[in-house]
Every structure is written in structure tokens, then in C-alpha cells.
Design a protein. Structure first.
Length: 152
């Protein structure tokens, strides 16, 4: 599918704890927990033309265990688009957690997610040189792309 740790890597457990702690408010104001505004992520991979119908079929009924793990790992607003002319799949989601690398490792640890990835990887061709599969520790299967414009 699409997981690979990126810019949130390297945050220490104390840094993560600091980000998740209750914020200090000015005197006289109640303190409130800081909400993570989220990080938008976009990725691409190529869909093999002979698997377009099957890919759409399995994504019309994503396994509940996979959907639950995506939510648990702080992924929201997740979409996958397909360009039939180029075969490119374009995925976008918002990560709202505080430990992207840790959440992606938790995703990778789920046996049903790994089973899903094994199935869907067979429908795809990675655009990342050296990538072999979604669950490997090597290069990511889906290629992360740079956001150059956003209008909220």
C-alpha cells in the first residue's frame, strides 16, 4: 500500500511526550492540549493495466482490520485516485499523530495489513528505484511527492 517514515523520523520519546503534553497557558487562562494540525502527505505508484478492475474491486471493500489500523495510526482524510491514461495511482492523506515513524511501524506490524499490502503490491509497479514491496525496510513502495500548492 503506501507506508514509509519520512520527516517525523528521529523524534525522541521525550520530544514525542513533550508534543503530546498539556500546553502551558498564560496566567488566568485554562491550559488545553495542543492538537496536531496534521501533515498532508501525497504519494504515487503505478497500477498495472491488467489489474485496474481488481484494484477498484478490492478498494470498494477494504478489509475492516486494515481500515481500523489506518485510523489507529492517525491517518485521516485518505483518498486514492487513478489516472487511466498514465496508470498512476495518486494517494493523499493527513497524518495527525505525533510519531509518524512509530505509527508506520505499528501499521507494518499488523499481519492483516501486511497481507493486504502483499495482495495490492502485486497489482502495482513502484516508481521508487530499488523498492521491492510495501513491508520491506528498503526504499518505500509508494513514492512521496512534493506539495507545491495548497489552498485550504
Amino acid at each position: 500500500m503506501l507506508w514509509s517514515p519520512t520527516s517525523a523520523e528521529g523524534a525522541s520519546s521525550s520530544e514525542t511526550a513533550r508534543r503530546e503534553s498539556v500546553s502551558v497557558a498564560p496566567a488566568g487562562e485554562p491550559s488545553a492540549r495542543q492538537r496536531n494540525p496534521g501533515r498532508r502527505v501525497a504519494q504515487i505508484v503505478k497500477l498495472k493495466p491488467e489489474f485496474v478492475a481488481k484494484y477498484k474491486e478490492v478498494h470498494a471493500a477494504v478489509w475492516p482490520e486494515v481500515l481500523q489500523q489506518i485510523r489507529v495510526c492517525n491517518i485521516q482524510d485518505y483518498s486514492i485516485f487513478h489516472d487511466k491514461d498514465s496508470g498512476v495511482l495518486f494517494a493523499t492523506f493527513k497524518y495527525v499523530g505525533y510519531d509518524y515513524a512509530g505509527d508506520m511501524e505499528r501499521m507494518r506490524e499488523n499481519p492483516k495489513v501486511r497481507e493486504w499490502w502483499a495482495m495490492t503490491d502485486g497489482f502495482q509497479e513502484s516508481l521508487v528505484p530499488g523498492a521491492t514491496k510495501s513491508e520491506s525496510d528498503g526504499p518505500p513502495w509508494w513514492k512521496e511527492v512534493e506539495e507545491v500548492f495548497y489552498l485550504p
